[in-house]
Design a protein around this ligand. Structure first.
Ligand SMILES: Cc1cc2nc3c(=O)[nH]c(=O)nc-3n(C[C@H](O)[C@H](O)[C@H](O)COP(=O)(O)OP(=O)(O)OC[C@H]3O[C@@H](n4cnc5c(N)ncnc54)[C@H](O)[C@@H]3O)c2cc1C
Length: 578
């Protein structure tokens, strides 16, 4: 036992490489920039994240995936120079190009043409971008954005608001059409503008990325607490416009609870959304504008509800005998109001995969032997949880939660506590794995939803089966596993990760993904689960939205957007199919 502990402790330090849990910081070349927006030229033009950061996958983890999907072969990737040659001449009129905020530089246009969806990765690696924006504007103030939208109206432009470009649902991709396209990148509006200590409201430029939000608040002793896995690069404006949810939403709330109000520049004028603590004055404009995905206008300044920095923050892991009992612990904890900041439950396949992907064979053996000796079988599931607050409050929450864990036969201890810390240290490095797997010909994507507790099992099964069988016509296996990522009293979100083999070229690999995506999306169209809990709608989910909102619901949403944007110049085709 002490040997196992020391093995895990050793591997949990940044100086070492392999770790027992997938998300760790050891396999990287540089730390994530925790202070300011990352300049776009320091990010990968055809993949995730900072060019100086990589994450290795253990040979033994890759072997596990290949044991499901078969032998893989890497897809070719084109070079930046090759793609730059395909960027056409800008169609923007000189009245726009002569603005000091606007660039028609080819690399700027290329770097703002795609997000992080699977089709985006195929386009970027295959070199077939299809369409580029005709220019990219970098406004520095609300007044700049107002001028841009006025000129866009005068010159009949399409306008695409761009936050961090981390969309995984095709939110920011320009489409073919006769109107010139101006992408409005918010990266220069990244400052804390005002902090009302009494009301705990911080006003930020909407283009502020996660680390820059927290670093600027931290100097005043505050925190927002919104940590999507894309935190390194995604922005306040993108979170609000796509209704994001962070890993600690249980403690800090979803973006809906954090966004108090702000300024939205629309083609019909500037809308100031008041930041009342609550209001009974009719339909809530704040709610109505969240989730508009760039179709209503551009958020320029946003008022966020912030909290004091917690005195203590802890992340822990427990192993449970099986999914059923793990799920019961989550449900009871949230329904009993135990003040945890996060709860996540991996199913048995995901638990096994995580343990493989983050370990060497000897580490895996050591952990498996330890868990087996404590009575857990291959049905075991991994539960990750956290507390964030003052020490007394955390202690109380952990005491109550430990009681629940014990009642349900959990395995916890120093080793699992270390695993929790390792997870916390490395949680924003996980997206880097996608590039590593891509290089091996292993394609990976995710799919997520939310449903009530009484539908969780049925929905997870439907989603996984749909994904696993989607390539049966080609005789291809898809490996899939799921976790519950966010919990509510009423239900929870389900997040499925799947792996499949690259085909012989980019087009047929995309066609494989399309089959999987369609099968997974259709498995939700029964009215009990949403098409997205956190990634938003974009273009990829738009065809499935009517199944959830109904014809009248789509009409109401569409009419509301048209009232702000009658010419449909703001990001058309996103959210609602036009
Ligand atoms: C690796 C990875 C992990 C992820 N994990 C999570 C997660 O844990 N939780 C989660 O919620 N999401 C997650 N996402 C999805 C994505 O990060 C979110 O949708 C996020 O909210 C997008 O923010 P962004 O700033 O990158 O916006 P973008 O991708 O640039 O834009 C998204 C949408 O918002 C609009 N928009 C952006 N800024 C503005 C603005 N200022 N005004 C008006 N409209 C605007 C755009 O037009 C577009 O429609 C993940 C994505 C990746 C790649």
């Amino acid at each position: 036992m002490s040997k196992i502990k020391s093995l895990i402790r050793k591997t949990a330090t940044p100086a070492n490489t392999n770790n027992p849990i997938l998300d760790n910081i050891a396999n990287s070349d540089a730390p994530i920039n925790m202070t300011a927006n990352t300049p776009i030229e320091q990010t990968r033009w055809n993949g995730w994240g900072n060019i100086n950061i990589n994450k290795k996958v253990s040979a033994h983890g890759a072997k596990l995936i290949k044991s499901h999907i078969g032998k893989t072969k890497k897809l070719n990737s084109v070079s930046l120079a090759q793609v730059l040659k395909t960027v056409p001449k800008s169609r923007l009129p000189t009245a726009i190009t002569e603005l000091k905020t606007v660039s028609i530089d080819q690399e700027d246009r290329l770097r703002h043409a795609r997000g992080q969806s699977f089709p985006d990765w195929i386009a970027m690696h295959g070199g077939d971008f299809e369409v580029f924006p005709d220019g990219v504007a970098f406004p520095e103030s609300t007044a700049d954005v107002e001028i841009l939208l006025k000129l866009a109206s005068e010159h009949d432009l399409i306008v695409i608001p761009f936050g961090g470009g981390t969309s995984v649902a095709g939110h920011i991709n320009p489409q073919k059409g006769s109107r010139p396209i101006l992408t409005v990148a918010m990266s220069k509006m990244a400052q804390l503008i005002d902090l009302d200590n009494e009301s705990q409201i911080a006003t930020f430029g909407a283009g502020t990325q996660g680390p820059a939000v927290e670093a600027q608040l931290d100097t005043h002793g505050y925190r927002l607490g919104h940590y999507p896995q894309s935190w390194e690069l995604s922005t306040l404006g993108g979170w609000i416009a796509a209704r994001s949810s962070g890993q600690q939403s249980l403690g800090y709330g979803r973006i809906e609870q954090m966004f108090a109000g702000g300024t939205l520049v629309t083609p019909q004028g500037t809308l100031n959304i008041a930041d009342f603590p609550a209001s009974a004055a009719g339909p809530d404009l704040r709610e109505m504008m969240m989730g508009t995905e760039g179709r209503a206008g551009i958020f320029t300044e946003v008022k966020m509800r912030v909290q004091h920095q917690p005195e203590e923050e802890l992340f822990k892991v427990a192993f449970m005998p099986n999914w059923e009992v793990g799920k019961e612990v989550l449900r009871q904890a949230v329904q009993k109001n135990i003040r945890l900041s996060m709860l996540r439950l991996s199913n048995a396949v995901e638990t096994d995969a995580h343990l493989h992907l983050g370990t060497t064979p000897s580490q895996f053996l050591a952990i498996s032997t330890y868990l087996k000796a404590r009575g857990l079988s291959s049905d075991k599931v991994m539960l990750t949880y956290g507390v964030s607050g003052d020490k007394a409050q955390n202690k109380l929450a952990l005491t109550e939660f430990n009681k629940l864990l014990k009642q349900q036969g959990s395995v916890t201890g120093k080793i699992t506590d270390i695993m929790g810390s390792v997870w916390a240290h490395g949680r924003f490095k996980f997206p880097y794995l996608r590039g590593t797997l891509w290089e091996k010909g292993i394609m990976v994507d995710t799919f997520e939803t939310a449903t009530n507790w009484n539908h969780i099992d049925e929905q997870m099964q439907q989603m996984q089966e749909a994904v696993q069988n989607a390539l049966a016509d080609e005789g291809e296996e898809v490996m899939a596993f799921t976790h519950i990522s966010h919990v509510y009293k009423q239900g929870a979100s389900l997040y499925t990760t799947y792996f499949f083999r690259a085909a012989q070229d980019h087009a047929s690999t995309l066609s494989r993904w399309q089959k999987i995506k369609h099968a997974a999306s259709s498995s939700l169209a029964n009215g009990t689960a949403t098409i997205s809990h956190q990634h938003g709608v974009g273009r990829d989910h738009a065809p499935y939205l009517a199944a959830e909102k109904g014809k009248l619901g789509i009409q109401v949403t569409s009419d509301m957007l048209k009232s702000l944007d009658p010419e449909q110049r703001m990001n058309p085709g996103v959210l609602i199919e036009d």
